[in-house]
Design a protein around this ligand. Sequence first.
Ligand SMILES: NC(=O)c1ccc[n+]([C@@H]2O[C@H](COP(=O)([O-])OP(=O)(O)OC[C@H]3O[C@@H](n4cnc5c(N)ncnc54)[C@H](OP(=O)(O)O)[C@@H]3O)[C@@H](O)[C@H]2O)c1
Length: 211
Amino acid sequence: MQKVLILGAHGQIARLVERNLLEDDIQQRLFLRRASRLKKIDVSKQEVFEGDATKVSDLTKALADVDLVYANLAGEIVAEAEALVEAMRATHVKRLIWISTLGIYDEVPGAYGKWNHEMLDGGYLETYAAAAKVIEDSGLAYTIIRPAWLTNYDEISYELTPKGTAFKGTEVSRKSVADLVAKIILAPEKYIGASLGVNKPHTDGPKPSWY
Ligand SMILES: NC(=O)c1ccc[n+]([C@@H]2O[C@H](COP(=O)([O-])OP(=O)(O)OC[C@H]3O[C@@H](n4cnc5c(N)ncnc54)[C@H](OP(=O)(O)O)[C@@H]3O)[C@@H](O)[C@H]2O)c1
């Protein structure tokens, strides 16, 4: 059975992916800080690993027998990218799904692109861009995912834009991103070397609808 290491397993998108994958023939290793927060797991398909994703030693241990890594991280994102690349190289694990954000290539056009810069410049967008570059330069079989502004709407509706094309739309639900991640975990030969913008169709505008 394929084993996936989920980094940031208590994160909002990650928890949706974990629930989705319980229906499939996938073994999940849930990597998180303060593991006591995970109250309920399915021991037939899930195991818990307490660790810090900035620590190469924690990641290296967690990567034992893993086929694929899904990183749903935040915070010290450059340090996490660097530590993960080092640990994956050392353990010869190659396949990685990396959650990033819209705007890291300045690919968001028009008024929304300007608004996104105003909201995210000054520490967030720059570090997410630098982390994505670490992943792209790693030689790993990566897929980078760049979601639009996230909602918790109970809907799955999304389209993809490849790197090198303008970002579309303004928003997307976490459920949609989780659906895409689970689909890639189940078909890991897809989207290798891709960096995918993810948005809900027909949500173009100067900012997300709730702002
Ligand atoms: N909000 C938006 O509109 C938007 C849009 C595009 C992209 N994004 C990005 O998409 C990503 C996923 O979104 P989400 O809603 O699932 O985020 P989330 O709920 O904040 O999940 C991120 C997870 O990263 C974990 N983490 C941070 N540093 C860690 C470390 N050193 N070691 C282990 N785990 C660590 C956090 O763990 P703890 O619980 O221990 O802190 C948290 O569970 C985030 O990077 C977010 O910035 C957000």
